[in-house]
Design a protein around this ligand. Structure first.
Ligand code: FES
Ligand code: FE2
Length: 375
């Protein structure tokens, strides 16, 4: 296969997806369902892009750690004793056992296999009974360092050591949402879903409001009309969907302080490509953390975030329960339509479809995806 084509995808299909929005088609079904295309995505996109691993408030104290898996790489995220967040390969430099599991607080990470010990910066501090090993240099045995950036309270990682820094690429996104002070929010609840579709099915579902008129006819559509949704121009690897309120009610107090009326009344969905998704509204944020597993499966953690002061408020539990209930109800409606899409995408007669002009964000993402895939 030549580098500038995809298995099972014709040049004409790529041309249709590449057309200006008014003439554009969706990506071909193969881009979602074929395992060999997914393998190429892993190599060209998913292991080379920035993704959020955690919020800083999930590891607030020096020594706090979270052990996790990111695109096949065991990762140890540590809030260092020096105050910095580091993502490191959770793989012992002796014979490759993970040095920690789960989450907790430690000053030292001692490997369960032969007790090599690492500090919070991943430096090897002790390796028992290694005297007599010629040329053994503990200073060369630091845990592999993974590119890490803290952005608006998110700990972002990238497995590509040569990746361009994240923050400059999404600076317009940061400015657009500055008033929400995302960095001062905290995760108050997490909902976890095993999702049986290609990861792009959810990204697309997340970033257009066209489907409000059918999939969320009784819930979101009355409050945020599909036809009023707007997708601003984007000059980077990101997309914004602005959903203005159908009947603004400035009298209701919002949890996020200091917003202008149009911000407090609207719903926003933002995507930093490929799959860093967050929805913002006057009461906080829902961060959809996606962890792709295979072409047809990913884990989704929906982290409900709110301004930190909420946790001290009387009645916080009820407010959080209401946010959780609303988020789960909307996602249940999205699961139903994503299941339908997945069934259709896997059928032999399925081809590309036309995009609505309300699906500009999908078109923006598709252009980026095609470029990253070398097309
Ligand atoms: S594998 Fe970790 S100390 Fe041997
Ligand atoms: Fe939806």
């Amino acid at each position: 296969m030549d580098e500038s084509s995809l298995p099972g995808v014709g040049a004409e299909e790529i041309e249709r997806a590449r057309a200006p929005l008014e003439r554009a088609w969706t990506l071909p079904p193969a881009a979602y369902v074929r395992p060999d295309i997914y393998d190429l995505e892993v190599e060209r996109i998913l292991r080379r892009s920035w993704a959020p691993l955690a919020r800083t408030d999930q590891a607030p104290e020096p020594g706090d750690y979270i052990a996790t898996d990111f695109m096949g790489q065991p990762v140890l995220l540590v809030h260092g004793l020096d105050g910095r967040f580091r993502a490191m390969a959770n793989v012992c430099r002796h014979r490759a056992a993970p040095v920690a599991e789960g989450a907790g607080r430690r000053k030292l990470f001692t490997c369960p296999y032969h007790a090599w010990s690492y500090d919070t910066e991943g430096r090897l501090i002790a390796a028992p009974l290694m005297d007599g090993v010629e040329g053994f240099a503990p200073e060369d045995c630091r845990l592999g360092q993974i590119r890490t950036e803290v952005w608006e309270g998110f700990v972002m990682v990238n497995l590509d050591p040569d990746a361009a820094p994240f923050a400059p690429q999404v600076e317009p996104l940061r400015r657009y949402f500055q008033a929400f002070r995302m960095g001062e929010m905290a995760v108050v609840r997490t909902l976890t879903y095993d999702s049986g579709w290609n990861w792009k099915v959810l990204v697309e579902n997340f970033m257009e409001a066209y489907h409000h008129l059918a999939a969320h006819a009784q819930t979101l559509e009355p409050a945020f009309h599909a036809r009023d949704s707007v997708v601003p121009d984007s000059d980077g690897p990101w997309s914004i969907l602005h959903m203005p309120a159908a009947a603004p009610d400035a009298s209701r107090e919002r949890l996020v302080q200091g917003l202008e009326d149009w911000q407090a009344q609207s719903l926003f969905a933002a995507v930093a490509f490929p799959h860093f998704l967050f929805a913002l509204h006057g009461d906080g944020m829902a961060w959809y953390q996606m962890l792709p597993q295979t072409a047809g499966r990913f884990t989704l953690n929906i982290h409900i975030c709110a301004p930190r002061y909420l946790l001290e408020l009387e009645g916080a539990d009820e407010i959080i329960a209401a946010l959780e209930q609303a988020t789960a109800a909307i996602h249940a409606e999205d699961i139903a339509v994503n299941d339908l899409v997945w069934r259709g995408l896997n059928a032999p007669m399925t081809g590309q479809g036309r995009l609505s002009t309300l699906e500009r964000s999908i078109w923006q993402m598709n252009q980026w995806w095609l470029t990253q895939m070398g097309l």
